[in-house]
Design a protein around this ligand. Structure first.
Ligand SMILES: Nc1ncnc2c1ncn2[C@@H]1O[C@H](COP(=O)(O)OP(=O)(O)OP(=O)(O)O)[C@@H](O)[C@H]1O
Length: 348
């Protein structure tokens, strides 16, 4: 994928259409949208009832005539029309004033590493549908590395792991370009599914989708001792009995949930190993000191950082704002805050 900072500086907005969240950065203004990539539709009229947070709250609680849809799946726009309608509503009149000064001529959008031509086309058409005359596609890994403040333009290796909702992308960068990268279909959604399956198998309990995130927080808070020991051993969760269908509360073992979270994340370790094997030894040696930068909303999953640290033996840092790294990085490129050397290196 070829991109130039010159072209990016002409863009008015930067967009990250993720499987879980949609983020929009307005040039010289900052993040103006950070909402769930969700829309609620009236199946009788086809009209949009809600988008973003209100639509997500309806998940699993809708009557027959309302359907909650996700126009982005596995990091790819799968329903272009719905994505456009959702974006228009999320943006509302936030762009109108900026557009009056300078009509939206170009937009930049993050796409997954190695996105196929169909996925690239879908991202472009979505933005064209909301008024962009030109769309620049930027690899999420480069945008996220810039957003994390990694010195990607230097002739030394930096490693980034972007763990989102549907996928995890791993890359080693040097001189502003990707040297080796890998994408695996493992993310926050896979982990949530593993937790739901664990409770179903071990406790015959169906956990509501909205209850998974609070459970992550309980697991995270369960480690509190001075030596990092687990202080809370169990917790109460509410759900539906698999057999009777009745509401039920069970006391669950925190360690079991922790193991359920960790199991799918081993796929990320395989991806890191693959990327390292594809890198020249000099770059791998750089990484021994510099370590790994962990970004993406799922970077804060309980125990994920410790697992990566122990398995790789490398230092690991979680980005300051891991969930918004990609869109913030893209925004920095629009605002001209990225060093010129990177520009030369990124134009291939
Ligand atoms: N505090 C938290 N604890 C655990 N998981 C979290 C937390 N905050 C966010 N997540 C997870 O992060 C994921 C969303 O991450 P992110 O916003 O990077 O996804 P995305 O960019 O929409 O996805 P993708 O890159 O796969 O398209 C969700 O699966 C969510 O459950």
């Amino acid at each position: 994928m070829t991109i130039s900072l010159e072209a990016l500086r002409r863009c008015s907005i930067a967009v990250d259409l993720g499987a879980a969240r949609t983020r929009v950065y307005l040039r010289r203004t900052g993040l103006i949208v950070d909402e769930p990539t969700v829309a609620a539709v009236n199946t009788h009229t086809g009209g949009l009832i809600a988008v973003g947070t209100p639509a997500q709250r309806m998940t699993g609680r809708t009557p027959a005539h309302i359907r909650v849809v996700r126009p982005v799946s596995n990091g790819t726009v799968v329903d272009i029309e719905m994505a456009q309608r959702m974006l228009r509503l999320l943006l509302g009149n936030k762009l109108r004033r900026a557009w009056r000064r300078r009509p939206l001529v170009s937009a930049a959008v993050c796409v997954q590493h190695d996105a196929d031509p169909l996925a690239q086309r879908a991202a472009m058409e979505t933005l064209i549908g909301i008024g962009a005359k030109r769309v620049e596609l930027v690899d999420t890994l480069i945008a996220a590395a810039v957003g994390c403040g990694l010195p990607v333009e230097r002739p030394e290796a930096t490693m980034i792991v972007v763990c989102g909702a549907a996928t995890t992308q791993v890359a080693v960068l040097s001189l502003g370009s990707i040297v080796a990268a890998e994408r695996v279909p493992v993310g926050g959604e896979t982990v949530d599914h593993a937790v739901v399956q664990h409770l179903r198998n071990e406790h015959a309990l169906m956990l509501p989708s909205q209850a998974v995130h609070p459970l992550h927080l309980i697991v995270k808070d369960s480690v509190g001792g001075a030596d990092g020991a687990q202080t809370v051993q169990s917790a109460e969760v509410h759900g539906r009995d698999v057999a009777t269908g009745l509401a039920r509360t069970v006391r669950i073992d925190i360690e079991g949930v922790r193991t359920a979270i960790r199991t799918p994340l081993t796929g990320v370790l395989d991806a890191i190993g693959t990327v390292l094997r594809r890198c020249p030894p000099d770059l791998v040696a750089d990484l021994a000191d510099r370590g790994i930068m962990l970004a993406g909303g799922s970077a804060v999953l309980p125990g994920f950082d410790t697992m990566l640290r122990e398995a790789t033996g490398m230092p690991l840092n979680i980005a300051d704002h891991p969930d918004v790294c990609a869109v913030e990085g893209l925004g920095a490129m629009l605002d001209g805050k990225v060093q010129p050397l990177l520009l030369d290196a990124m134009v291939s």
